[in-house]
Design a protein around this ligand. Sequence first.
Ligand code: SF4
Length: 224
Amino acid sequence: MNKINYAKELEKKIETFQKDGKYPSLLLHACCAPCSSYCLEYLRQFFDITVFYYNPNIMNEPEYRKRVEEEKRLIAAYNKQVETGDFFGMNSDENARKIDILEGDYVVADYLNAIKGFESCPEGGDRCTKCFELRLEESAKIAAEGGFDYFTTTLTISPLKDAERLNRIGQEMGEKYGISWLPSDFKKKEGYKRSIELSHQFDLYRQDFCGCEFSKRERNERQS
Ligand code: SF4
């Protein structure tokens, strides 16, 4: 079976409303500032974006705070560019729009309940599927309640995350809550590379583990 090119699917979707001069509203689930950097730089030209920071998978409060504050700092920097019209040579144009942020609940117990029985799965396995389901279900629910046109996630930018699985779950959650899923594979078209450049440019905190206590343990084992 031919694999779906989700990056192409996104481009096709954008073309459909771009020619009408429309800017649909998008709830963008964001995992962290480095992953958001390219996604926002690209998507802000086509959508009115509200970032949804919902990540109860992050192992503790200090780590969570660090990541959410970086997300806010990045968004403030991007919004300043739009206000001043000075993009410092970034890949943006006069169509770039300001970005809002909405913080979801941070309850680690919700994550631990969702992945119960899958704790020992290696990163990339079924534990991550449950984690994606939790975060994308909440995103779909909030997007539907808020009357957004679309929702999607920055998670597809990671080379370690399965874009096919994320798009399938997003589509299912969209159908469940009656909200359109925006397909994506942000790592394609040099998206991942660009996120590294932007992370350096904005001096963003780049964590070296995914977020949960299990991924931190795996990171420690790799390093020992
Ligand atoms: S490794 Fe990442 S995606 Fe997988 S369960 Fe942990 S936080 Fe979630």
